[in-house]
Design a protein around this ligand. Structure first.
Ligand code: NIG
Ligand code: FE
Length: 385
Protein backbone atom coordinates (compact mmCIF):
# COMPACT_ATOMS: atom_id res chain seq x y z
CA UNK A 1 0.00 0.00 0.00
CA UNK A 2 1.40 3.37 -0.95
CA UNK A 3 -0.28 6.73 -0.56
CA UNK A 4 0.29 9.96 -2.45
CA UNK A 5 -0.85 13.42 -1.34
CA UNK A 6 -1.61 16.12 -3.89
CA UNK A 7 -1.39 19.46 -2.08
CA UNK A 8 -1.52 23.11 -3.04
CA UNK A 9 -4.61 22.66 -5.24
CA UNK A 10 -5.86 26.23 -5.77
CA UNK A 11 -9.33 25.01 -6.77
CA UNK A 12 -10.56 21.41 -6.65
CA UNK A 13 -13.63 20.77 -8.83
CA UNK A 14 -15.17 17.62 -7.35
CA UNK A 15 -18.63 17.46 -8.98
CA UNK A 16 -19.63 15.82 -5.75
CA UNK A 17 -23.07 17.09 -4.74
CA UNK A 18 -22.01 17.85 -1.17
CA UNK A 19 -18.83 19.70 -2.00
CA UNK A 20 -18.85 20.95 -5.59
CA UNK A 21 -15.66 23.01 -5.41
CA UNK A 22 -13.03 23.41 -2.68
CA UNK A 23 -10.41 26.17 -2.58
CA UNK A 24 -6.87 25.56 -1.23
CA UNK A 25 -7.52 21.85 -1.26
CA UNK A 26 -5.56 18.63 -1.03
CA UNK A 27 -6.37 14.99 -1.61
CA UNK A 28 -4.78 11.64 -0.87
CA UNK A 29 -4.61 8.72 -3.29
CA UNK A 30 -4.20 5.14 -2.07
CA UNK A 31 -3.34 2.85 -4.99
CA UNK A 32 -6.07 3.64 -7.54
CA UNK A 33 -8.62 5.35 -5.25
CA UNK A 34 -9.15 8.70 -3.56
CA UNK A 35 -9.13 8.18 0.20
CA UNK A 36 -9.03 11.73 1.61
CA UNK A 37 -10.22 15.16 0.38
CA UNK A 38 -10.01 18.38 2.37
CA UNK A 39 -8.19 21.61 3.11
CA UNK A 40 -4.52 21.67 2.13
CA UNK A 41 -3.66 22.75 5.69
CA UNK A 42 -5.19 19.55 7.14
CA UNK A 43 -3.67 16.98 4.80
CA UNK A 44 -2.65 13.76 6.60
CA UNK A 45 0.79 12.17 6.18
CA UNK A 46 1.31 10.21 2.98
CA UNK A 47 4.20 8.19 1.54
CA UNK A 48 4.89 10.82 -1.07
CA UNK A 49 3.47 14.07 -2.28
CA UNK A 50 3.22 16.61 -5.08
CA UNK A 51 2.63 20.33 -4.56
CA UNK A 52 0.44 21.64 -7.39
CA UNK A 53 1.33 25.26 -6.75
CA UNK A 54 -2.20 26.66 -6.94
CA UNK A 55 -3.30 24.82 -10.07
CA UNK A 56 -6.91 23.81 -10.60
CA UNK A 57 -7.65 20.07 -10.39
CA UNK A 58 -10.66 18.52 -12.14
CA UNK A 59 -11.88 14.94 -12.67
CA UNK A 60 -10.34 13.26 -15.72
CA UNK A 61 -12.53 13.67 -18.79
CA UNK A 62 -14.96 10.84 -19.59
CA UNK A 63 -15.27 10.49 -23.36
CA UNK A 64 -18.41 8.36 -23.62
CA UNK A 65 -18.59 8.17 -27.44
CA UNK A 66 -15.67 7.27 -29.71
CA UNK A 67 -15.04 5.17 -32.80
CA UNK A 68 -11.27 4.68 -32.54
CA UNK A 69 -11.03 1.18 -34.06
CA UNK A 70 -10.31 1.93 -37.71
CA UNK A 71 -7.57 2.25 -40.30
CA UNK A 72 -6.83 5.02 -42.76
CA UNK A 73 -8.19 8.54 -42.71
CA UNK A 74 -10.57 10.62 -44.81
CA UNK A 75 -8.76 13.92 -45.15
CA UNK A 76 -9.78 14.23 -48.84
CA UNK A 77 -13.44 13.82 -47.85
CA UNK A 78 -13.03 16.56 -45.22
CA UNK A 79 -11.32 18.79 -47.75
CA UNK A 80 -14.17 18.23 -50.25
CA UNK A 81 -16.70 18.96 -47.52
CA UNK A 82 -15.00 22.23 -46.67
CA UNK A 83 -15.39 23.06 -50.37
CA UNK A 84 -19.15 22.55 -50.16
CA UNK A 85 -19.81 18.79 -50.44
CA UNK A 86 -22.46 17.56 -47.95
CA UNK A 87 -21.65 14.98 -45.25
CA UNK A 88 -23.53 11.67 -45.51
CA UNK A 89 -23.30 8.30 -43.77
CA UNK A 90 -21.89 6.88 -47.03
CA UNK A 91 -18.26 7.83 -46.32
CA UNK A 92 -18.19 5.11 -43.67
CA UNK A 93 -17.74 2.49 -46.45
CA UNK A 94 -14.22 3.67 -47.32
CA UNK A 95 -13.13 3.31 -43.69
CA UNK A 96 -14.71 -0.16 -43.61
CA UNK A 97 -12.56 -1.21 -46.56
CA UNK A 98 -9.38 0.10 -44.91
CA UNK A 99 -10.27 -1.48 -41.56
CA UNK A 100 -10.94 -4.91 -43.07
CA UNK A 101 -7.56 -4.76 -44.82
CA UNK A 102 -5.67 -3.88 -41.62
CA UNK A 103 -4.09 -6.49 -39.34
CA UNK A 104 -5.04 -6.82 -35.68
CA UNK A 105 -1.65 -5.32 -34.76
CA UNK A 106 -2.25 -2.34 -37.03
CA UNK A 107 -5.71 -1.73 -35.58
CA UNK A 108 -4.38 -2.09 -32.02
CA UNK A 109 -1.42 0.21 -32.61
CA UNK A 110 -3.56 2.87 -34.22
CA UNK A 111 -6.26 2.80 -31.53
CA UNK A 112 -3.66 2.72 -28.74
CA UNK A 113 -2.08 5.81 -30.30
CA UNK A 114 -5.40 7.65 -30.18
CA UNK A 115 -6.00 6.56 -26.57
CA UNK A 116 -2.52 7.85 -25.66
CA UNK A 117 -3.34 11.14 -27.40
CA UNK A 118 -6.53 11.33 -25.32
CA UNK A 119 -4.76 10.55 -22.05
CA UNK A 120 -2.19 13.27 -22.72
CA UNK A 121 -5.13 15.65 -23.18
CA UNK A 122 -6.77 14.64 -19.89
CA UNK A 123 -9.21 11.91 -20.96
CA UNK A 124 -8.99 9.04 -18.48
CA UNK A 125 -12.10 7.04 -19.48
CA UNK A 126 -12.92 6.28 -23.12
CA UNK A 127 -15.84 4.31 -24.51
CA UNK A 128 -14.90 2.58 -27.77
CA UNK A 129 -17.29 1.41 -30.49
CA UNK A 130 -16.78 -1.20 -33.17
CA UNK A 131 -18.51 -0.41 -36.45
CA UNK A 132 -15.90 -0.27 -39.21
CA UNK A 133 -15.67 -4.05 -39.64
CA UNK A 134 -19.28 -4.86 -40.54
CA UNK A 135 -18.57 -8.57 -41.05
CA UNK A 136 -18.64 -11.08 -38.22
CA UNK A 137 -14.89 -11.63 -38.27
CA UNK A 138 -14.01 -7.93 -38.59
CA UNK A 139 -16.49 -6.80 -35.95
CA UNK A 140 -15.23 -9.50 -33.57
CA UNK A 141 -11.60 -8.51 -33.98
CA UNK A 142 -12.56 -4.83 -33.60
CA UNK A 143 -14.28 -5.72 -30.32
CA UNK A 144 -11.26 -7.73 -29.16
CA UNK A 145 -8.90 -4.84 -29.90
CA UNK A 146 -11.23 -2.40 -28.13
CA UNK A 147 -11.54 -4.66 -25.07
CA UNK A 148 -7.76 -4.47 -24.58
CA UNK A 149 -8.06 -0.69 -24.31
CA UNK A 150 -11.36 -0.01 -22.50
CA UNK A 151 -13.91 -1.49 -20.08
CA UNK A 152 -16.67 0.24 -22.05
CA UNK A 153 -16.76 -1.43 -25.44
CA UNK A 154 -19.82 -0.97 -27.64
CA UNK A 155 -20.90 -3.31 -30.44
CA UNK A 156 -21.89 -1.13 -33.41
CA UNK A 157 -22.33 -3.77 -36.13
CA UNK A 158 -25.37 -1.64 -37.02
CA UNK A 159 -23.31 1.36 -38.14
CA UNK A 160 -24.42 1.15 -41.80
CA UNK A 161 -25.47 -1.72 -44.07
CA UNK A 162 -22.24 -2.84 -45.78
CA UNK A 163 -22.10 -2.77 -49.59
CA UNK A 164 -22.39 -6.54 -49.97
CA UNK A 165 -25.81 -6.43 -48.22
CA UNK A 166 -27.05 -3.29 -49.99
CA UNK A 167 -29.89 -5.11 -51.78
CA UNK A 168 -30.88 -7.26 -48.78
CA UNK A 169 -30.65 -5.09 -45.65
CA UNK A 170 -32.95 -7.34 -43.62
CA UNK A 171 -30.43 -10.15 -43.98
CA UNK A 172 -27.81 -7.82 -42.52
CA UNK A 173 -30.12 -6.95 -39.61
CA UNK A 174 -30.51 -10.70 -38.97
CA UNK A 175 -26.71 -11.16 -39.08
CA UNK A 176 -26.08 -8.27 -36.66
CA UNK A 177 -28.80 -9.52 -34.30
CA UNK A 178 -27.61 -13.13 -34.47
CA UNK A 179 -24.17 -14.57 -35.32
CA UNK A 180 -22.33 -11.23 -35.31
CA UNK A 181 -23.77 -10.29 -31.92
CA UNK A 182 -22.85 -13.74 -30.56
CA UNK A 183 -19.26 -13.27 -31.74
CA UNK A 184 -18.91 -9.77 -30.28
CA UNK A 185 -20.98 -9.80 -27.08
CA UNK A 186 -18.29 -11.46 -24.92
CA UNK A 187 -16.06 -8.42 -25.44
CA UNK A 188 -18.73 -5.75 -25.08
CA UNK A 189 -20.72 -3.98 -22.38
CA UNK A 190 -22.96 -2.02 -24.76
CA UNK A 191 -24.77 -2.22 -28.09
CA UNK A 192 -25.46 0.82 -30.30
CA UNK A 193 -27.39 1.38 -33.56
CA UNK A 194 -27.02 4.28 -35.99
CA UNK A 195 -30.74 5.04 -36.32
CA UNK A 196 -30.84 7.82 -38.90
CA UNK A 197 -31.22 8.70 -42.56
CA UNK A 198 -28.89 6.51 -44.65
CA UNK A 199 -28.40 4.00 -41.83
CA UNK A 200 -31.05 1.93 -39.94
CA UNK A 201 -34.75 2.69 -39.55
CA UNK A 202 -36.53 2.51 -36.24
CA UNK A 203 -37.90 -1.02 -36.72
CA UNK A 204 -34.49 -2.36 -37.64
CA UNK A 205 -32.94 -0.50 -34.71
CA UNK A 206 -35.54 -1.86 -32.30
CA UNK A 207 -34.88 -5.46 -33.41
CA UNK A 208 -31.10 -5.10 -33.08
CA UNK A 209 -31.27 -3.38 -29.68
CA UNK A 210 -33.71 -6.02 -28.39
CA UNK A 211 -31.29 -8.77 -29.42
CA UNK A 212 -28.43 -6.99 -27.65
CA UNK A 213 -30.50 -6.45 -24.54
CA UNK A 214 -31.38 -10.17 -24.49
CA UNK A 215 -27.62 -10.86 -24.51
CA UNK A 216 -27.20 -8.62 -21.45
CA UNK A 217 -25.76 -5.58 -23.23
CA UNK A 218 -26.72 -2.05 -22.23
CA UNK A 219 -28.23 0.17 -24.91
CA UNK A 220 -26.99 3.31 -26.66
CA UNK A 221 -28.42 4.91 -29.82
CA UNK A 222 -26.98 7.24 -32.48
CA UNK A 223 -30.13 9.32 -32.85
CA UNK A 224 -31.37 12.41 -34.68
CA UNK A 225 -28.01 13.48 -36.12
CA UNK A 226 -29.21 14.20 -39.66
CA UNK A 227 -32.96 14.55 -39.29
CA UNK A 228 -35.95 14.49 -37.00
CA UNK A 229 -36.71 10.82 -36.51
CA UNK A 230 -37.76 8.23 -33.99
CA UNK A 231 -34.27 7.43 -32.64
CA UNK A 232 -34.51 9.50 -29.47
CA UNK A 233 -38.00 8.20 -28.69
CA UNK A 234 -36.77 4.65 -29.18
CA UNK A 235 -33.79 5.24 -26.89
CA UNK A 236 -36.05 6.58 -24.15
CA UNK A 237 -38.66 3.86 -24.62
CA UNK A 238 -36.03 1.12 -24.30
CA UNK A 239 -34.30 2.76 -21.33
CA UNK A 240 -31.04 3.31 -23.23
CA UNK A 241 -28.19 4.80 -21.22
CA UNK A 242 -27.64 7.42 -23.87
CA UNK A 243 -29.08 8.98 -27.03
CA UNK A 244 -26.16 10.42 -28.96
CA UNK A 245 -26.00 13.43 -31.31
CA UNK A 246 -29.54 14.80 -30.59
CA UNK A 247 -29.04 17.52 -33.18
CA UNK A 248 -32.61 17.61 -34.56
CA UNK A 249 -35.11 17.34 -31.69
CA UNK A 250 -38.84 18.01 -31.47
CA UNK A 251 -40.42 19.30 -28.25
CA UNK A 252 -41.65 15.74 -27.65
CA UNK A 253 -38.08 14.41 -27.92
CA UNK A 254 -36.82 16.99 -25.44
CA UNK A 255 -39.65 16.19 -23.00
CA UNK A 256 -38.99 12.46 -23.36
CA UNK A 257 -35.30 12.90 -22.58
CA UNK A 258 -36.06 15.21 -19.65
CA UNK A 259 -38.42 12.65 -18.14
CA UNK A 260 -36.01 9.75 -18.49
CA UNK A 261 -32.64 8.43 -17.32
CA UNK A 262 -31.39 8.49 -20.92
CA UNK A 263 -28.51 10.95 -21.20
CA UNK A 264 -28.45 13.30 -24.21
CA UNK A 265 -24.86 13.00 -25.41
CA UNK A 266 -23.87 15.95 -27.58
CA UNK A 267 -20.95 15.67 -30.00
CA UNK A 268 -20.05 19.18 -31.17
CA UNK A 269 -16.92 17.96 -32.95
CA UNK A 270 -19.25 16.37 -35.49
CA UNK A 271 -21.11 19.61 -36.21
CA UNK A 272 -17.80 21.48 -36.35
CA UNK A 273 -16.28 19.02 -38.83
CA UNK A 274 -19.38 18.69 -40.98
CA UNK A 275 -20.17 22.42 -40.85
CA UNK A 276 -23.64 21.69 -39.49
CA UNK A 277 -25.87 23.50 -37.00
CA UNK A 278 -25.06 22.61 -33.39
CA UNK A 279 -27.56 20.85 -31.10
CA UNK A 280 -29.50 23.06 -28.71
CA UNK A 281 -27.89 22.19 -25.39
CA UNK A 282 -29.61 25.09 -23.62
CA UNK A 283 -33.05 23.77 -24.52
CA UNK A 284 -32.16 20.30 -23.20
CA UNK A 285 -30.66 21.55 -19.95
CA UNK A 286 -33.47 24.03 -19.31
CA UNK A 287 -36.01 21.22 -19.83
CA UNK A 288 -34.20 19.11 -17.21
CA UNK A 289 -32.42 16.56 -19.43
CA UNK A 290 -28.99 15.25 -18.45
CA UNK A 291 -26.39 16.29 -21.02
CA UNK A 292 -22.99 14.71 -21.70
CA UNK A 293 -20.28 15.93 -24.07
CA UNK A 294 -18.05 13.53 -26.01
CA UNK A 295 -15.69 13.73 -28.98
CA UNK A 296 -17.26 11.14 -31.36
CA UNK A 297 -13.63 10.62 -32.44
CA UNK A 298 -13.86 8.97 -35.87
CA UNK A 299 -12.20 9.52 -39.26
CA UNK A 300 -15.32 10.81 -40.99
CA UNK A 301 -17.42 13.26 -39.05
CA UNK A 302 -15.20 14.26 -36.11
CA UNK A 303 -11.51 13.46 -36.13
CA UNK A 304 -10.71 15.14 -32.83
CA UNK A 305 -9.72 13.31 -29.66
CA UNK A 306 -9.74 16.46 -27.56
CA UNK A 307 -12.38 16.97 -24.87
CA UNK A 308 -11.19 20.50 -24.04
CA UNK A 309 -11.92 21.48 -27.65
CA UNK A 310 -15.45 20.04 -27.29
CA UNK A 311 -15.93 22.04 -24.07
CA UNK A 312 -14.86 25.21 -25.85
CA UNK A 313 -17.31 24.49 -28.71
CA UNK A 314 -20.12 23.71 -26.27
CA UNK A 315 -19.60 27.01 -24.45
CA UNK A 316 -19.15 29.19 -27.53
CA UNK A 317 -21.58 27.53 -29.92
CA UNK A 318 -24.13 25.72 -27.75
CA UNK A 319 -24.77 28.27 -24.99
CA UNK A 320 -23.55 26.03 -22.21
CA UNK A 321 -21.89 27.74 -19.26
CA UNK A 322 -18.26 26.73 -18.63
CA UNK A 323 -19.38 24.89 -15.49
CA UNK A 324 -22.13 23.00 -17.34
CA UNK A 325 -19.74 22.01 -20.12
CA UNK A 326 -17.09 20.73 -17.69
CA UNK A 327 -19.74 18.74 -15.79
CA UNK A 328 -21.04 17.27 -19.06
CA UNK A 329 -17.51 16.25 -20.12
CA UNK A 330 -16.82 14.46 -16.82
CA UNK A 331 -19.78 13.53 -14.59
CA UNK A 332 -22.18 13.67 -17.55
CA UNK A 333 -20.05 11.21 -19.51
CA UNK A 334 -19.96 8.92 -16.47
CA UNK A 335 -23.78 9.04 -16.30
CA UNK A 336 -23.94 8.16 -19.99
CA UNK A 337 -21.83 5.10 -19.21
CA UNK A 338 -23.80 4.42 -16.01
CA UNK A 339 -20.63 4.60 -13.95
CA UNK A 340 -20.30 6.23 -10.54
CA UNK A 341 -16.58 5.56 -10.02
CA UNK A 342 -15.35 8.15 -12.55
CA UNK A 343 -16.23 11.72 -13.56
CA UNK A 344 -16.25 12.93 -9.94
CA UNK A 345 -13.65 13.43 -7.23
CA UNK A 346 -15.16 11.78 -4.17
CA UNK A 347 -14.05 9.43 -1.42
CA UNK A 348 -13.70 5.97 -2.96
CA UNK A 349 -13.83 7.14 -6.57
CA UNK A 350 -11.05 6.27 -9.00
CA UNK A 351 -8.05 8.57 -8.79
CA UNK A 352 -8.52 9.83 -12.37
CA UNK A 353 -7.45 13.45 -12.16
CA UNK A 354 -6.26 16.36 -14.26
CA UNK A 355 -4.22 19.33 -13.04
CA UNK A 356 -4.71 22.34 -15.29
CA UNK A 357 -2.08 24.88 -16.22
CA UNK A 358 -4.60 27.41 -14.91
CA UNK A 359 -6.20 28.46 -11.65
CA UNK A 360 -9.76 28.18 -12.98
CA UNK A 361 -11.56 25.56 -15.12
CA UNK A 362 -13.12 28.42 -17.07
CA UNK A 363 -9.80 28.59 -18.93
CA UNK A 364 -10.72 25.37 -20.80
CA UNK A 365 -13.20 27.41 -22.86
CA UNK A 366 -11.62 30.83 -22.37
CA UNK A 367 -8.27 29.72 -23.85
CA UNK A 368 -9.39 27.46 -26.73
CA UNK A 369 -6.70 25.44 -28.47
CA UNK A 370 -4.15 26.06 -25.73
CA UNK A 371 -2.67 22.92 -24.12
CA UNK A 372 -3.76 23.44 -20.50
CA UNK A 373 -3.35 19.86 -19.26
CA UNK A 374 -0.40 20.14 -16.86
CA UNK A 375 -0.65 16.59 -15.46
CA UNK A 376 -2.97 13.59 -15.58
CA UNK A 377 -3.37 10.67 -13.17
CA UNK A 378 -5.25 7.54 -14.22
CA UNK A 379 -6.04 5.04 -11.49
CA UNK A 380 -3.62 6.94 -9.26
CA UNK A 381 -0.74 6.59 -11.72
CA UNK A 382 0.79 9.75 -13.17
CA UNK A 383 0.73 9.76 -16.96
CA UNK A 384 3.98 10.83 -18.49
CA UNK A 385 4.06 12.05 -22.06
O1 NIG B 1 -21.03 9.33 -35.00
N1 NIG B 1 -23.01 8.85 -36.99
C1 NIG B 1 -22.45 7.77 -37.21
N2 NIG B 1 -21.17 7.50 -37.10
C2 NIG B 1 -20.17 8.47 -36.97
C3 NIG B 1 -19.62 8.86 -38.28
C4 NIG B 1 -18.84 7.82 -38.87
C5 NIG B 1 -18.10 8.16 -40.13
O2 NIG B 1 -18.45 9.09 -40.88
O3 NIG B 1 -17.13 7.40 -40.36
C6 NIG B 1 -20.68 9.61 -36.12
O4 NIG B 1 -20.73 10.77 -36.54
FE1 FE C 1 -20.67 8.34 -33.42
Amino acid sequence: MSTTALTGIGLLVTHDAELGEIRDAALVIDEDRIVWIGASADVPDADDGTDLDGRCVIPGFVDSHTHVIFAGDRAPEFEARMSGQPYTAGGIHSTVAATRAASDDELTGHAAGLIAEMLAAGTTTTEIKTGYGLSTVDEQRSAQVAARLSDDVTFLGAHVVPAEYADRPDDYVALVSGPMLDACAPYCRWIDVFCDRGAFDVDQARAILAAGSARGLGLRVHANQFAHGAGVQLAVELGAASADHCTHLSDTDVEALAGSTTVATLLPGAEFSTRSPYPDARRLIDAGATVALATDCNPGSSYTSNMAFCIALAVREMNMTPAEALWAATAGGARALRRDDVGVIALGSRADLVALQATSPVHLAYRPGVPLIAATWKGGQPITA
